[in-house]
Design a protein around this ligand. Structure first.
Ligand code: ES4
Ligand code: ZN
Length: 411
């Protein structure tokens, strides 16, 4: 008997009465409905459908099941650990800011902007991404961009977000770092007060620029040491190995900053090793190309080094041909500490719920996989143990409403 069969779910429900506090989650019928719809769809797929009525019913069932799963995904408490704030700048806001700043964009409409978002590689994206952020001039612009992202994240039940931004992309254009950090920080404080969510800031160094430029940027950043949790490394990966920035990251670690780095997105497994061995990277951003190196996979597993995976991004940047080809589920099944993240949601077509949903659909994730991903997101966060504990307890309370996700409860 499958774990989604009505009998299994009904039996579990009997043993464990559901707390009646959430309008969506508290009814037995919803859980049983997900189960029976899923069974029906599977049976139909196996044995085929014959009448148009049955086909229609299958279609309806699919839609209904999809909306139930979507709701489960949206509601589950989670953390986001890999989001570039500048990559959350939606075309609508880009236009509004451009207008108020008197900046001319090379596009006439939002639709034209979106049409330009067809990428063939990381670099083809980065060229457009750096161009897009040219509208950001005033503190208010950084504030509005950050507030818009955090409101969107809150709607996805993101309880904790660690926010990347690219100081050099702004200071190189003559925008002082206080303008950038001032805007981001005030939005953070406002949204934390309004929603109770927590946030952290992680400025990243642009690896296509020199190590000297990164070191100068670090000194600039250290003027705001109290507002910063860690540092990261992003931009054009191939040809700019982590080794180039060893001295910069030594200095950052000496300041007690956390360290992360993009590695193994387009670059080879060797870059992941360098990120850990030379930079002291505590998490690997992307890291999906580790799969070509079994020894490295073993090391990532044994050390439970978190990978902040962004599969919508990977498919849009052609790291994988299709979502069905993505190795997220494989990495998860190998026991790696995988997390799901949105990277540059305004450019890649989805925030966190869409990312989870895309993986669920293409890779057939079970509820327990979703739970593991959410749990991993808190375990991998740069939070004090008691803060982590608080979020994990909330997750446990959520889980207790779903008897068919027992495996996810304890790891
Ligand atoms: C990025 Cl997807 C990605 N990769 C590397 N650097 C980045 N900066 C913003 N998005
Ligand atoms: Zn990234």
């Amino acid at each position: 008997m499958g774990k989604f069969s009505p009998r299994a779910v009904a039996g579990a429900l009997k043993k464990r009465p559901l707390p009646a506090e959430n309008a969506f989650l508290n009814t037995e019928s919803v859980v049983i409905r997900i189960t029976s719809i899923r069974e029906t769809v599977r049976r139909r797929e196996k044995h085929g459908t014959d009448t148009p009525e049955e086909l229609h019913e299958t279609f309806e069932s699919r839609n209904s099941m999809r909306s139930d799963i979507r709701r489960f995904i949206r509601k589950i408490p989670k953390a986001e650990l890999h989001i570039h704030l500048e990559g959350s700048l939606e075309p609508e806001l880009m236009f509004a800011i451009a207008e108020r700043n008197g900046v001319e964009l090379p596009y006439h409409s939002v639709a034209e902007v979106r049409r330009a978002y067809r990428f063939t590689s990381l670099q083809s994206f980065l060229d457009i991404y750096y161009e897009g952020m040219h509208v950001l001039l005033q503190e208010r612009d950084f504030h509005d961009m950050t507030a818009a992202y955090l409101a969107r994240a809150h709607a996805d039940t993101v309880r904790h977000a660690e926010l990347f931004f690219d100081p050099q992309a702004h200071t190189e254009r003559g925008i002082p770092l206080e303008t950038v950090i001032g805007g981001i920080h005030s939005a953070r404080v406002e949204m934390e007060n309004r929603t109770g969510m927590s946030t952290r800031l992680i400025p990243c160094f642009l690896r296509h620029l020199s190590a000297d430029s990164a070191m100068a940027s670090l000194e600039d950043i250290l003027r705001f040491r109290d507002l910063i949790t860690g540092v990261g490394l992003d931009s054009s990966e191939v040809g700019n190995p982590p080794a180039k920035f060893t001295a910069v990251f030594n200095r950052a670690r000496a300041e007690g900053l956390h360290v992360v780095a993009h590695a193994g997105e387009e670059g080879p497994p060797e870059y992941i090793r360098q990120a850990m061995d030379l930079l002291g990277s505590e998490r690997i951003d992307h890291g999906v190309r580790c799969i070509g190196d079994p020894e490295l996979v073993e090391r990532l597993k044994n050390g439970q080094i978190p990978l902040t995976v962004c599969h919508l991004s990977n498919v849009r940047l052609r790291v994988f041909d299709t979502m069905a080809d993505h190795n997220l589920k494989r990495l998860l099944d190998l026991g790696l500490r995988v997390t799901v993240n949105s990277d540059d949601p305004a450019y890649f077509g989805g925030y966190l719920t869409e990312n989870y949903l895309a993986a669920q659909e293409a890779l057939n994730l079970e509820p327990d996989d979703i739970l593991t991903l959410a749990r991993n997101s808190f375990l991998a966060a740069f939070l004090a143990p008691e803060e982590k504990g608080r979020y994990l307890e909330e997750l446990d309370r959520f889980v207790s409403l779903f008897p068919h996700t027992q495996r996810g409860k304890r790891q």
